[in-house]
Design a protein around this ligand. Structure first.
Ligand code: FES
Length: 577
């Protein structure tokens, strides 16, 4: 029972009683209440995050995955120990899941650090969970491997293939426009998400999982295998075994998540036409390791890297089709000229090994070749201008080509409540050529930067058949949404960003090709408006608890919306107030 030179297993992170040997003795006493033998307790301990929750159907397969991870750990000679952390499901998180991401990151970091484990398997899936786990793992920096829960299978309705939640929005828009009735929307509620698992389009969850694979933090294939397929269980077993090897090698997240690895992940983001949310999340993960993402380089990367993956909402197919077409390894092979294939992965090998293992599937059309891309010129583009001095994002691959250059009259909504109250009014002064503006929807403004950037088409225009308009905000948007939508305007309006100064009737010009977003109001008038501007009143309840912490510490979208105090000193900046 002596403490060896290297603290491993139960000897790690002893509780403080003033006598280390007693602390270890006490730990053994209590853990033996579970019936473990000394042999089991002397093995490398592999933590497994249990993020199952009855509120989280995207994690509905977690109990099965945990069993398989445990099997893999034991087959490799380790001792598995599952433990709970926060679980976040998109539609069950008030006011928005993004508000809770940093809480999950803090929880993951502290529980991984506090409990004695030599490595950890992070099981996550729904949008904010893997980012939170990567943020926590980056800061705790003990050997870690991610196991995504995997995408659900497609749904079917009247001969049509459906995907959550691109088609949830499309069907809801059809219901609002009166083209489908109440009985049909009820039937659809049981068909759009037909299995456990994450949304099966290239939304945020799928984007994050694919980028995590490109980052080297999960096994090849783990980004795309369906949640309900036997392959997912086998990946869980293999992840458990890989965690034991990671522990033996002492390979840490900081060894794997290097600057080059993040460049690879962002390159994959462009090539999959992925979710804008991933930019915020991976900026936050990188910052935890002292790495600053160069957004200008990311934008330039978009000009070089073609969109090759033909998935909803930018394309036609779904995650299960992407998986059977070869998944991330096949994509890596196709875009290898744009990647650093020497980066390290959780297997101990390199990204080149992932690509080398790619399956060649004859005649598949889901993963295109660079000679035959879905789109060129960037899936995501970074905009600047007097309306977004700190930057904004647009998902070009999900936008209407005819609106990529557009000038229109602003129709301004002062927050979500104002938008809800007026958007569908027949009296709303709006035409299809106008630009809908939503403010007070950023990290501090909403709070939590909700996915409200997908401003619905006003009902009277939807009834006229209008499908898309330019919409701009400091909010985020679901990765499953489609439309010409400018997001993440920084600095946000609640702290006095220029978005706060826009008035209905102003002219706004978007030129996504030139990467600009401008408010066509002269400087003297803007100065006058700024002098008259007053900040919005504090959110009820923001004088205490997590809401206070959040409002006091959250950074802007350009900083990944992390808490300032979670960043390493070199990147730490004071949150704007
Ligand atoms: Fe969980 Fe889409 S709601 S992944």
């Amino acid at each position: 029972m002596t403490d060896g030179p290297k603290k491993t297993g139960l000897r790690k992170g002893l509780a403080t009683y003033g006598d280390a040997e007693f602390s270890l003795f006490l730990r053994r006493v209590f853990i033996k209440a579970m019936g473990y033998t000394d042999d089991a307790l002397d093995r490398p301990i592999i933590g497994i995050t249990d993020t199952y929750s009855d509120f989280n159907p995207c994690h509905g397969n977690v109990p099965d995955l945990i069993e398989a991870v445990k099997r893999g750990v034991m087959l490799a000679g380790g001792m598995p120990m599952k433990f709970p952390t926060v679980s976040i499901a998109e539609s069950f998180s008030h006011p928005t899941s993004m508000f809770l991401r940093n809480l999950m990151a803090l929880d993951t970091e502290e529980m991984v650090r506090a409990q004695p484990m030599d490595a950890v398997v992070l099981i996550g899936g729904c949008d904010k969970t893997i980012p939170a786990q990567l943020m926590g793992a980056a800061s705790a920096d003990i050997p870690a491997i991610v196991l995504p829960t995997g995408p659900m299978l497609v749904g079917h309705h009247k001969g049509e293939v459906l995907g959550a939640c691109t088609d949830c929005r499309r069907m809801w828009a059809a219901f609002r426009a009166g083209t489908i009735d109440e009985a049909e929307i009820d039937a659809l509620s049981g068909r759009l998400a037909p299995t456990k698992g994450t949304c099966m389009v290239m939304g945020t969850a799928s984007t994050v999982a694919c980028m995590t694979e490109a980052l080297g933090m999960c096994l090849p294939g783990a980004g795309s295998a369906p949640a309900t397929h036997a392959d997912r269980i086998r990946l869980a077993e293999a992840s458990g075994a890989a965690a034991v090897k990671l522990a033996a090698a002492g390979r840490r997240p900081s060894d794997i998540m290097t600057e080059a690895a993040f460049r690879n992940a962002f390159t994959v983001l462009q090539a999959i036409g992925g979710s804008t949310n991933a930019v915020v999340h991976f900026t936050a993960v990188a910052a935890r390791l002292g790495i600053r993402i160069d957004m200008a380089a990311f934008d330039r990367m978009g000009l070089d890297v073609p969109v090759l993956v033909d998935l909803k909402p930018s394309g036609e197919h779904y995650m299960e089709h992407f998986h059977w077409a070869g998944g991330v390894p096949k994509l890596l092979k196709e875009i290898s000229a744009h990647l650093d294939m020497t980066t390290l992965t959780v297997t101990g090998g390199t990204l080149a090994d992932y690509a080398a293992g790619a399956e060649d599937v004859p005649d598949q059309t889901v993963i295109r070749t660079p000679a035959y891309p879905i789109a060129v010129g960037g899936g995501l583009a970074v905009l600047h201008g007097n309306l977004a001095p700190g930057g904004a994002l647009i998902k070009r691959s999900a936008s209407s080509e005819k609106l990529m250059r557009h000038e229109g009259r602003a129709v301004v909504f002062d927050g979500l409540e104002d938008m809800t109250n007026r958007l569908d009014s027949d009296d709303l002064d709006v035409t299809a050529d106008d630009i809908l503006v939503l403010r007070h929807a950023g990290p501090k403004g909403a709070p939590g930067m909700p996915e409200a950037g997908y401003i619905p088409i006003p009902r009277k225009l939807a009834r006229q058949g209008v499908k898309d308009m330019v919409r701009i905000s400091d909010a985020r948007m679901s990765g499953t949404a489609f439309g010409t939508i400018v997001l993440h305007i920084t600095p946000e309006s609640a702290i006095g960003g220029p978005l706060a100064l826009v008035q209905s009737g102003d002219r706004i010009r978007l030129d996504a090709n030139a990467r600009t977003l401008d408010l066509l109001v002269d400087d003297a008038e803007l100065t006058r408006r700024r002098a008259a501007w007053t900040p919005p009143p504090p959110h009820p309840g923001s004088d205490r608890g997590y809401l206070k912490l959040y409002i006091d510490e959250v950074l802007g979208a350009d900083q990944g919306c992390d808490f300032a105090f979670c960043l390493p000193e070199a990147l730490r900046i004071a949150p704007s107030s």
